[in-house]
Design a protein around this ligand. Structure first.
Ligand code: COA
Ligand code: MG
Length: 301
């Protein structure tokens, strides 16, 4: 895992240059220029040219620079990789591959990227971020997570997953009347599988978008659920969602204070030859130390 620790990933259609400029100037930790579902078929070619220009010419201010290519079952994906990476591969941190259903798709992207990098003389390897959003992809998620050394992260895509699995859902990643029907959290299974597969392979995990962007309290609830399950961050489709993601996915002052207390108390106990101790009425041992260290690492980043 590299040292980047994004919380927010803002989506923007690559075919809309004005919006792209705003996205690149936003507070998001990462921005992806979408060539896929936010771009209509007749704009796919111009969107690639816009994406390459935005990568080369705009000031990204340290943000992670991403492009989402079209699915590998479309006539566009290979041209997305070739055209964008040949023109602006040096300014691109990673490609998001949507609707990944088989590890071979990631192998294909890996091999094609290697050829492009060799041809244009790129010294830095372009990363891959795989989008798990089909029933077939979820069923093979562990294989996807280890399919390429370029992989940096997995994201869960709720809209396409609902469509693929036959789950009723009125708007992408948004609470609706079906959520109260299921006695539990109905996205728990796919979300947890994505987190576990990502972590087992040393990758980061992100929760996908929520289409309802005006109700920020509902969005905050979705963020908190994702954080509670272990996700590192969440996609944003609108700039208003960014501060909510940043707030929810950063450890609170209380969490940091508690973590420091646990580390200090644990170290002292260890010097005294003890591996289990009590802090504020709670048992602390080596597992608590690891939890505390994870909180502090996240706070530092
Ligand atoms: N990135 C950058 N700027 C954005 C933005 C985004 N994702 N979404 C909205 N904005 C800008 C708008 O251009 C507008 O700017 P302006 O005031 O200068 O005109 C401002 O934020 C306010 O936008 P608002 O009027 O609230 O929304 P809208 O109706 O213009 O756009 C969407 C709504 C959903 C169409 C738009 O947010 C969007 O395109 N989102 C990304 C969609 C996408 O990429 N989907 C695929 C991945 S899931
Ligand atoms: Mg999708």
């Amino acid at each position: 895992m590299d040292e980047r620790w994004e919380r927010s990933i803002l989506a923007v259609p690559a075919s809309e240059p004005r919006k792209v400029e705003k996205a690149v100037a936003s507070q998001a930790d990462a921005v992806f220029l979408d060539l896929e579902d936010a771009v209509p078929p007749d704009l796919k070619d111009t969107a690639r040219a816009h994406a390459a220009r935005a990568l080369r010419e705009l000031d990204w201010g340290g943000k992670t620079r991403m492009v989402r290519i079209n699915g590998l079952d479309t006539p566009w994906a290979y041209r997305d990789l070739v055209e964008v990476c040949e023109a602006a591969g040096a300014q691109l941190d990673c490609v998001i591959v949507p609707k990944v259903s088989r590890p071979e798709e990631l192998t294909f992207v890996d091999i094609l990227l290697a050829q492009i990098e060799a041809r244009v003389g790129l010294r830095r390897r372009i990363g891959i971020h795989a989008l798990v959003e089909t029933a077939a992809g979820l069923a093979r998620v562990e294989q996807l997570a280890t399919a390429s050394p370029r992989l940096q992260a997995l994201s869960f895509g709720p809209g396409d997953f609902a469509a693929s699995a036959g789950i009723p859902s009125s708007a992408i990643g948004t609470e609706d009347q079906w959520d109260v029907v299921y006695p539990g959290h109905r996205w728990h299974y796919p979300m947890m599988r994505v987190v576990v597969a990502a972590r087992a392979a040393g990758l980061r995990a992100f929760d996908g978008p929520a289409a309802e962007f005006r109700d920020l309290e509902a969005f905050r609830r979705l963020c908190r659920v994702a954080r509670s399950l272990g996700f590192d961050g969440k996609w944003c489709i609108h700039p208003a969602q960014i501060p909510v993601v940043h707030e929810v996915f950063a450890p609170t002052e209380e969490e940091v204070e508690w973590a420091r207390k646990v580390v200090t108390a644990y170290e002292q106990a260890q010097l005294a030859g003890r591996g289990a101790l009590t802090v504020d009425g709670k048992m602390v041992d080596a597992a608590s130390l690891r939890m505390a260290q994870a909180t502090l690492a996240r706070a530092r980043s």
